[in-house]
Design a protein around this ligand. Structure first.
Ligand SMILES: CC(C)(COP(=O)(O)OP(=O)(O)OC[C@H]1O[C@@H](n2cnc3c(N)ncnc32)[C@H](O)[C@@H]1OP(=O)(O)O)[C@@H](O)C(=O)NCCC(=O)NCCS
Length: 154
């Protein structure tokens, strides 16, 4: 597996990966449609935010991106194509994007996690620091707010 910095031309492919990964949790299509803005990566986003792509023989299989470098560093995206989940790619992507965050001087990163992904972040050493209510339309979803250390373990 290879990690490369995304280029603006990757935007459509990364958007496809984010949608496929989110669908993996079995959400209704109307929810996926409502979340489209959060699942869409634009060329402009890639130009302005550090975005790392995991590739298998040049084929993108996942990506991660950081935002808010000015105030609070946040992991805005971390998605792995369903066919490639469970092989350590999510962890490896996190480690790659952590290098970028550390190089910018940060020691931790905030994640507003999908509830299904919280266990993954806890495996990476995250701690829960709060909750955020999502879906004001009335589905009553509560998202864990996590903080993950960027320093290498050990
Ligand atoms: C969450 C996600 C990024 C994990 O990627 P992955 O490549 O499958 O994860 P890895 O194989 O690197 O797993 C690393 C460790 O976390 C564990 N893990 C992975 N997903 C987990 C989950 N959903 N719940 C609990 N533990 C999980 C693995 O068992 C592994 O444990 P280990 O340390 O004992 O080996 C991926 O499942 C995904 O893209 N999910 C859908 C989209 C999503 O919700 N992304 C997060 C947005 S906040």
């Amino acid at each position: 597996m290879q990690f490369t910095r995304a280029v603006p031309d990757d935007a459509a492919e990364l958007t496809r990966i984010a949608h496929a990964a989110k669908r993996h949790w079995g959400y209704p299509e109307e929810w996926i449609a409502r979340w489209a803005p959060a699942l869409t990566v634009t060329p402009e986003f890639i130009r302005t935010n550090p975005t790392v792509v995991a590739r298998m023989e040049t084929e993108p299989v996942g990506f991660a991106a950081l935002t808010g470098l000015g105030r609070q560093l946040r992991l805005e995206h971390l998605w792995v194509l369903p066919a490639f989940m469970g092989r350590g790619i999510g962890r490896a992507l996190f480690q790659e994007i952590a290098l970028v965050g550390r190089a910018a001087g940060w020691s931790s990163v905030q994640v507003i996690s999908d509830p299904h992904a919280e266990g993954f972040y806890l495996r990476l050493g995250a701690r829960r620091v709060g909750e955020q209510i999502s879906d004001p339309e009335g589905h009553g979803r509560t998202l864990p707010v996590l903080l993950v250390n960027l320093r290498p373990a050990g």
